[in-house]
Design a protein around this ligand. Structure first.
Ligand code: ATP
Ligand code: MG
Length: 625
């Protein structure tokens, strides 16, 4: 199959193309139309069709593969490892769904899931889908304030939690944070269901709190019929990571999402039924929703849920799991690879990785040194892919399942089927040609699987995403990029990260790429700050590999940039730091760095992992004006 022709068909004939892809899933009742787009930008996919995500992920496989492993739950924190066959997963999901039903949860009700990476979290998610309830998973690393604002937005009737998670050998309490969040929130859930792992003591609220083990016992042999829902029925709400500000509640449908994921498993990830997929993300992020829970299971693959760090008991643990469960498709993030990069590569080569076909990475720019290092260590194709919580599945990737295509360093590849991607000049809105920098936008309709709207706020959906490019109704990704003659995209950073130095527009990503090629730089972030002379100037923050020897690093980084990009891009200062401020999903919070460098208040930093890092950097700047 030719990628180019097929992609063109997916844009010109969405009904024909997606009508065919729809055969990848089960429809209880066929849909009336493939696409309804009479009220742009709201696209409806497969309207009138009845289906169910849980049925497609679990029940459908009972016929062909009941005894095949569906779920592997591994915790290197509690030293537990448990596998569930499709039949066992089916039984557990039914028990969870029965608990929901007994507590008055039904179609359209919200269930907030605030849980660590344990098997019960996947039962909780799939049980929602089974009965048509809407799940909203909140990353376990968030504390009370972040959780409270999501409770108020999603208004869940039920919250499912565990008393604690575990990280780095220590129990991390969840229940007290949840109790505090509920008291902070205006909206109050009726019930809280707690999986007690026996890790910490916790207080309960009589009449509200339920013990999962006790409830499960009451419904051991109960089967809950599938609630067939319209393809356009909302399956979940998921908040964006909050890298650039207040998170947005992304609302997803059912049928379009199932079809898009199934198609992505075929065209991009190339996993086959009966194989194992290992995605090292968290269920609190979109990658976890799409490629820990739904994608692999829809495709009849086993999925691994992993609780723990990539370094315990040692840096070989992930690769040990690849060997043990014959993982064929692995998905992680550049930030995780950078953690491994500080370790001996021998940990990675110690295991038999012959089952593994490719390692997919997404979530942030994949810099060349990181890509080269991991490729050298595991000797497998490294597949960068670019997408957002909003899109639900990759916008850009090498379409491995469609055609053999060369990889290009620094590029996540070409548009996936159904994505009509454009590069636009942000001032004139004109469409740009090859090798011109612009805003990455998607012309509507968004393909199946992408967000339906912002939860409860259609107006915000339009104004925040579709009306930011003057004179055009077009979806903005808020990312900045460039496309080459072969149609490969390169991501240059977020639109807020574009800096204007004396009339030259530079992506901070380009400067970061250049600095990271210095042999003593392990990580770098570049921001633009106000400059009286040039309008803006670049400022860099670098973490050295060898922190005992960095006296000349600033001058050397400047020289590197001069040589590669020209003096115009040279940072005004290069600060040597020992950590960078990151979101809990591992992304650098450049807006906070910029605020600190400009001597401003960094604003809302509640999604940040370690707030002390920013204070430290502030100190360094103040000492070296
Ligand atoms: P928020 O929207 O709340 O500020 P966020 O954008 O970080 O947070 P996500 O949806 O998790 O939330 O991340 C999507 C963004 O991550 C993309 O818009 C892009 O900036 C970045 N990104 C994802 N994958 C890649 C990639 N392969 N290369 C470069 N950047 C990427
Ligand atoms: Mg975003």
């Amino acid at each position: 199959m030719s990628y180019k022709a097929e992609h063109e068909r997916s844009i010109k004939d969405p009904d024909g193309f997606w009508g065919e892809q729809a055969k990848l899933i089960h429809w209880e009742k066929p849909f009336d139309h493939v696409l309804s787009y009479d009220k742009p930008p709201f696209a409806k996919w497969f309207e009138g069709g009845l289906t169910n995500l849980c049925y497609n992920a679990v029940d459908r496989h009972l016929q062909d593969r009941p005894d095949q492993i569906a779920l592997v739950a591994v915790s290197t924190e509690t030293n537990q490892e448990k596998t569930y066959t499709f039949k066992e997963l089916y039984e557990e999901v039914n028990r969870m769904a029965a608990i929901y039903k007994a507590n008055g949860i039904g179609k359209g009700d919200r269930v907030l899931i605030y849980m660590p990476m344990i098997a019960e979290a996947s039962f909780a998610i799939l049980a929602c889908a089974r009965i048509g309830a809407i799940h909203s998973v909140v990353f376990g690393g968030f504390a009370s304030h972040s959780l409270a604002s999501r409770i108020d937005d999603a208004k869940p009737k039920l919250i499912v939690t565990a008393e604690a998670g575990a990280r780095g050998g220590k129990a991390v309490p969840y229940k007290p944070l949840l109790d505090e969040a509920i008291s902070l929130a205006t909206y109050k859930p009726e019930k809280v269901l707690i999986v007690n792992r026996g890790l910490t003591e916790f207080a309960t609220v009589a009449g509200r709190d339920l013990d999962y083990a006790t409830e499960r016992q009451k419904h051991l042999n109960e089967l809950v019929p599938i609630e067939w829902v319209d393809a356009t029925h909302t399956s979940y709400i998921l908040y964006t990571s909050g890298t650039t500000g207040k998170p947005k509640g992304v609302q997803r449908d059912t049928g379009g999402y199932a079809v898009a994921l199934a198609a992505s498993m075929k065209h991009i990830f190339c996993g086959n039924p009966g194989e194992t997929m290992f995605t090292t993300s968290d269920i609190g992020w979109v990658v976890g929703h799409s490629y820990i829970i739904y994608g692999p299971l829809l495709n009849g693959m086993a999925t691994i849920m992993y609780e723990g760090t990539p370094l315990r008991p040692d840096a070989g643990i992930w690769w040990e799991l690849v060997e043990k469960y014959k993982v064929s498709v692995m998905f992680s993030a550049p930030t995780a690879v950078r953690v491994l990069k500080k370790q001996d590569p021998a940990f990675l080569t110690k295991y038999d990785l012959s089952s593994l076909r490719a390692l997919f990475l997404a979530g942030e720019p994949l810099d060349e040194p990181t890509a080269t290092w991991i490729h050298g260590a595991i000797n497998k194709p490294i597949v960068d892919n670019y997408w957002q919580t909003e899109t639900g599945w990759p916008m850009l990737a090498i379409q491995r399942g469609v055609e053999v295509m060369p990889h290009k360093f620094g590029s996540p590849g070409v548009p996936s089927f159904g994505y009509n991607m454009k590069l636009l000049d942000d001032a004139t809105s004109a469409e740009l040609g090859p090798n011109q920098k612009g805003v990455i936008a998607i012309e509507g309709p968004l393909p199946p699987g992408c967000m339906q709207t912002v939860w409860g706020d259609d107006k915000r959906y339009i104004s925040a995403y579709w009306e930011t490019i003057p004179g055009k109704l077009i979806y903005s990704t808020f990312d900045w990029g460039i496309k080459d003659e072969d149609g490969y995209f390169f991501i240059l950073g977020r639109t807020d990260d574009v800096i204007n130095v004396a009339g030259h527009r530079l992506g901070t990503r380009e400067i970061e790429e250049s600095i990271s090629s210095h042999p003593n730089v392990s990580e770098v972030a570049v921001v633009g700050i106000e400059d009286k002379l040039k309008g803006q100037a670049a400022i860099a923050f670098v973490i050295p590999k060898d922190s005992s020897n960095f006296s000349t690093l600033e001058a050397e980084c400047m020289k590197t940039v001069d040589g590669q990009l020209g003096a115009i891009a040279r940072p005004g200062r290069v600060y040597v730091v020992n950590a960078l401020p990151k979101t809990r999903s591992g992304k650098i919070v450049r807006r906070a760095l910029q605020a600190v460098a400009e001597g401003r208040d960094p604003g809302d930093i509640s999604t940040m992992e370690d707030q002390a890092v920013l204070a430290q950097i502030k100190g360094i700047i103040e000492q070296n004006p």
